[in-house]
Design a protein around this ligand. Structure first.
Ligand SMILES: Cc1cc2nc3c(=O)[nH]c(=O)nc-3n(C[C@H](O)[C@H](O)[C@H](O)COP(=O)(O)O)c2cc1C
Length: 213
């Protein structure tokens, strides 16, 4: 096992002022494509942090499902811990950790439930097995055993055979994160990394600052 104090070399690539450009969404899409090309497992995974109603922070991985003019979209169970947290506190932070590429992107913004049309469209693109699993799971709630979970899935599988569509559960849907900031981090040698922080301005455009590593 690698010693936890061993220093890895992060190379010298970085992200220069000319490469970073002035469109953070275009740069994000280019980095996401690089992660896909490098066969990063689930390149669209982000670690989403929220605050529970009582102020307790929590984080978990979710998959980015769409990038629109309005922001980033992910799907989940609205009654899950994160769903309830977002109803209480819309501000979020999410991290894309593309370590194999020495890239990190951190976004912040406010999450809101997407329209039912957006949720329906994403539900309909979901494979049937995943639809059944989502419908069978009261996400984040305790359950006595794996057998009880499997029984719930078996019951739904029998109710919705191959030719019968699974309706979208009312508590399953999309959230839209309206982005406030996007920070790009690119590793360089000697831990002297590049950081560029884009912030949304009042007129909807983006301003950029270079941050110290
Ligand atoms: C790679 C990966 C992708 C995941 N994608 C999602 C997702 O898109 N939506 C989701 O609700 N949970 C997803 N999960 C599960 C969550 O991390 C988490 O366990 C679940 O949503 C419950 O979180 P909560 O109790 O904080 O609400 C994913 C987990 C991993 C490891």
């Amino acid at each position: 096992m690698k010693s936890l104090t061993q220093h890895t070399d992060y190379g010298n690539e970085g992200l220069s002022d000319s490469e970073v450009g002035d469109d953070p969404i275009a740069l994000f899409q280019a980095w996401l494509q690089q992660a896909e090309d490098a066969e990063v497992f689930e390149p669209n995974a982000m670690v989403l942090s929220t605050l529970d109603a009582d102020g307790t922070p929590s984080s978990r991985t979710v998959l980015l499902k769409d990038i629109t003019d309005e922001g980033f979209v992910f799907v989940t169970n609205y009654d899950s811990r994160k769903g309830e947290a977002l109803d209480a506190h819309p501000p979020v932070s999410a991290v894309f950790g593309w370590y194999a590429l020495k890239h990190q992107v951190i976004v912040t913004g406010r999450a809101e439930r997407a329209t039912s049309e957006v949720s329906d469209a994403l539900w309909n693109r979901r494979p049937k097995g995943a639809q059944l699993a989502s419908a069978a799971s009261a996400q984040s709630r305790p359950i006595d055993s794996r057998e009880a979970l499997d029984a719930a899935l078996a019951e739904l599988t029998a109710r919705y055979p191959d030719d019968v569509a699974v309706p979208r559960p009312e508590n399953w849907g999309a959230f839209l994160i309206r982005l406030s900031t996007i920070e790009f981090w690119a590793g360089r040698s000697m831990r002297f990394h590049d950081r560029h922080l884009f912030s949304r301005t009042a007129d909807g455009s983006w301003s950029r600052q270079r941050l110290q590593p």
